[in-house]
Design a protein around this ligand. Structure first.
Ligand code: DC
Length: 225
C-alpha cells in the first residue's frame, strides 16, 4: 500500500496554492486543508462581534472559542464557523484587509497550529498556507514553495473576482494590497512567510495550473514510492 504522506504547500497570496492544492488532494484522494481560511474565519468572527483587533486578549479568546470546520464542496470547499456557512464571507475585502493583523497574534497562531496538526495527524493531507513547511508540519514528506510576481498574482485575483461575480477593486489597487500583505506576512515576528530550507521552490508566473499540478504530483509520487 502506498504511504499516506503530508504535503505542505506555502507561498504568498494568490501564488496559486489553493487551486493547485485542491487539485492534488483530488488526484491522490487526500484531505485538503486551507489554513488561510482558518485565519480568515477568526478575522470574520472578530469583525462580526465588533472586537477591537488590537485587543489581543479578546481575539485570542474568540479564536479558542469558535469551531472552524470544512466540508467538501464543488468547486470550492465549504468553510463553517460554529456550523454556519461562511465560505463567501471570509473572502470579502474587509476580511482580507484585516487578516494579517489577526494572523500576527502569537497565541492565535498557536491555536490554529494545534488544530492544523490535528487535522494532518493521520497523513493523506495537502495543507496550504504560509508556515506549513516551516512550523506546522516540519516533518512533511513533501514541501513546496510557490512564487509568482505581484503583478501576475494581482491579475489572477482580479480575474477570479470577475469570474465569481465578487465586486472587485481595480487591478492596480489589488496589486498594492497584495504587496502590502506580502510585506506584513513576511516581516511578522512569529512564523513569517518563509521558504523552508528543504522545500522545492516553483515559480508559477508563466506556468499553467496543470503544469504546476503535474510538477508537484511527480514529486509526491516519488516521495510515496
Ligand atoms: O491564503 P490566504 O490569502 O487566504 O491567507 C489569508 C491570510 O492568513 C494571509 O494574509 C496570511 C495568513 N496566513 C498565515 O499567516 N498563515 C497561514 N498558514 C495561512 C494564512
Amino acid at each position: 500500500m502506498t504511504e499516506k504522506i503530508q504535503v505542505a504547500i506555502d507561498g504568498p497570496a494568490s501564488s496559486g496554492k489553493s487551486t493547485v492544492a485542491k487539485l492534488l488532494a483530488k488526484r491522490f484522494n487526500y484531505v485538503y486543508c486551507d489554513t488561510g481560511a482558518m485565519y480568515r474565519s477568526v478575522t470574520l468572527a472578530a469583525l462580526r462581534h465588533k472586537i477591537d483587533l488590537q485587543d489581543n486578549e479578546a481575539v485570542i479568546a474568540l479564536a479558542q472559542s469558535i469551531t472552524i470546520s470544512f466540508k467538501p464542496g464543488d468547486p470550492d470547499q465549504l468553510v463553517f464557523i460554529d456550523g454556519q456557512d461562511v465560505t463567501r464571507q471570509i473572502r470579502e475585502a474587509e476580511v482580507s484587509a484585516n487578516v494579517s493583523t489577526v494572523a500576527a497574534i502569537p497565541a492565535v497562531r498557536a491555536e490554529m497550529t494545534k488544530q492544523q496538526r490535528q487535522i494532518a495527524s493521520r497523513g493523506g493531507i495537502v495543507m496550504d498556507g504560509r508556515d506549513i513547511g516551516t512550523t506546522v508540519l516540519p516533518d512533511a514528506q513533501v514541501k513546496i514553495f510557490l512564487v509568482a510576481t505581484a503583478h501576475e498574482r494581482a491579475l489572477r485575483r482580479y480575474r477570479e473576482n470577475v469570474q465569481k461575480g465578487i465586486p472587485t477593486a481595480p487591478l492596480e489597487e489589488i496589486e498594492k494590497a497584495i504587496k502590502l500583505r506580502d510585506q506584513k506576512d513576511s516581516t511578522r515576528k512569529v512564523s513569517p512567510l518563509k521558504k523552508a530550507e528543504d522545500a522545492t521552490e516553483i515559480d508559477t508566473t508563466s506556468l499553467s495550473i496543470a503544469q504546476v499540478t503535474d510538477k508537484i504530483a511527480a514529486i509526491i509520487k516519488k516521495a510515496r514510492a
